[in-house]
Design a binder for this molecule. Sequence first.
Ligand SMILES: [Zn+2]
Length: 396
Amino acid sequence: MQFDPSSKDRPPTAFSRPTPERPVVTQEGHSTTGAYATLPGHRAVTLPPRDRLRRHLLAIAVAVCAAFFLIHPEASVAPLEAQASRSTSADGLEVLEVAAAGAAGPNVFMIAGAGGNVAVQVGKDGVVVVDAGSADNAPAVVAAIKKITPQPIRYVIDTGPDADHVGGNDVLSKAGNQFYPGTRSAASRPDALRSVASILATEGVLRHMTTAGESTPSRPLVGLPTESFHFAKKFLYLNDEAIEVLHQPAAHTDSDVFVFFRRSDVVAAGDVLDARRFPVIDVDRGGSIDGEIAALNRLSEIAVASVPIVSREAGTIVIPGHGRLYDQFDVIEYRDMITIIRDRVRELVNAGRSLEQVKAARPALGYEGRYGNAGGDWTTEKFVEAVYRSLVKEKS
Ligand SMILES: [Zn+2]
């Protein structure tokens, strides 16, 4: 059996879309051209080509835009010069200013190209880094942060346990400086943690990092969390803003967090959201498809869209674990896609189909072109298999 992507099980498109003036950042950290389009009376937008027609159709639903589209069916094309001035490259990394409150901060940046996306909050108290990227890229990330500010790194917060997010913990932490370095009980002896930035993560990150088999003599365990927590929400107040660290207990893994900068209105979402592909559901490490959808629901509730003035570059900005910046509408679309695929697989599981039969039915059809992969470390088949295993596990 095959699914028709144009059938009525697609979600209703109840939303028009804002026009975020942000670059598409690839896995390698380079901006892609995508498709540039300037609508009359609107700012330029950057959209992946496959999205253009759909978003245009959505825009037509907005009465204000409809007249323009009817009069000018062919929107003019122009490059996004404004974006180039906001992003700089350093050591192959791309640094993008995401939110700016002015000279006093807080200001939030995204560093792309170092493994997972790295979020950097800067202000008078120092630097809070969300995700450290991979170990190999850590020196370049430190250099990029030093170009942004002379302030010391105070905190490294991990959104999950994967090496492309925690690999740089050790280097970034040692490049930083904790608050009140003299207050540790071990202050009187040489203490490796005494003058380094704190590493904050869920208890599960610590558990996964220390699990047997992940450490080898050539790669000893370093950069473990110095502050771990097991409850639903941890908070900090730094650089004049509340920072909420929100545990998502069973999504990509059992150890994911969202980091919400409340005043800057930016959420670092980690690998719950992968703008390049279907999300990695790591069933062996406590991830689940239903928990993934619950986390995406949570994210779409935290994020606020730019309504009613949809043409304005505004609204909560979401930094995914990988790929370009998202807004609330993007999160909702991603959530809807994952939900539809989950429902298709569940129907097949309930009908008693085997994993091979489920794969053959291609439940991700309609989304494979944009999010699927035939090769690489996370293929469409692996995603479908993870959804299947997650649902079977849930049933048993
Ligand atoms: Zn990742």
